[in-house]
Design a protein around this ligand. Structure first.
Ligand SMILES: *Cc1c(COP(=O)(O)O)cnc(C)c1O
Length: 217
């Protein structure tokens, strides 16, 4: 079932890329496996999937240990992170998609021994309750991140409000990334990954459409 789901998503990615005149090779499918059993990750890996996204630092730590035999699997930490758990991400992750705090960045930089690809999370809709850097604060924040060893700011990430058309927010994120010379855009989920690709996403984060409903936390 996972293999079929992956194939369906990949062909939808290809079609969206073609519509936008883009190469499907420029788009990475990140399989969001948070709150899903390790066996489903093995199934997806067996079907050729290599990039997996986890939200919770301890769950990432545990799954990375349990699946350590899958050598070329890449873990992406995509959830909000606190300094006291940054060590787990520093140890296991290939990329971090939710960078919006300088203290967390400093902790990651300290604990990391090789380059960590980072996406700065932007609060594109200015929602009071949302994590992410305000667009106005982005240049300053990036300047500080770029001074830290072992971190590379590669792009921007956002999770627009679920209740609205995401396209204006995807466009805004793309403009912000271009203004900062950042090439990568982590945007789009099960609900809107095709629109995200049409608006320039280089990495889409899809969970439910691959693995089905998640367990409760
Ligand atoms: C859970 C999650 C996703 C995946 O959501 P689906 O609706 O299951 O595709 C993507 N991005 C982030 C930041 C998430 O927390």
């Amino acid at each position: 079932m996972i293999a079929e789901n992956l194939q369906t998503i990949r062909s939808r990615i290809d079609a969206a890329a073609k519509r936008a005149g883009r190469s499907p090779n420029d788009i990475t499918l990140l399989a969001v496996s948070k709150l899903q059993p390790a066996q489903l990750i093995r199934d997806a890996y067996a079907a050729g999937q290599r990039d997996f996204g986890e939200n919770y630092a301890q769950e990432l730590r545990d799954k990375a240990a349990e699946l350590a035999d899958l050598k070329d699997l890449r873990w992406h930490a995509i959830g909000p992170l606190q300094t006291n758990k940054a060590k787990y991400v520093a140890k296991a992750a290939y990329a971090f998609h939710a960078l919006d705090r300088l203290d967390v960045a400093e902790e990651l930089s300290k604990k990391r021994t090789q380059l960590l690809r980072c996406f700065v999370e932007v609060n594109v809709a200015g929602e009071a309750s949302k994590s992410g850097i305000e667009p106005d604060a982005l240049p300053d924040f990036l300047a500080k991140i770029r001074k830290l060893p072992n971190l590379e700011a590669v792009g921007l990430m956002s999770l627009p409000p679920l209740s609205e058309d995401p396209r204006p927010y995807f466009r805004k994120l793309k403009k912000l990334a271009e203004a900062e010379g950042l090439k990568e855009l982590s945007m789009g989920t099960t609900a809107d990954f095709e629109a995200a690709i049409e608006e320039g996403a280089t990495i889409v984060r899809v969970g439910t459409a691959i693995f089905g409903e998640r367990q409760k936390r």
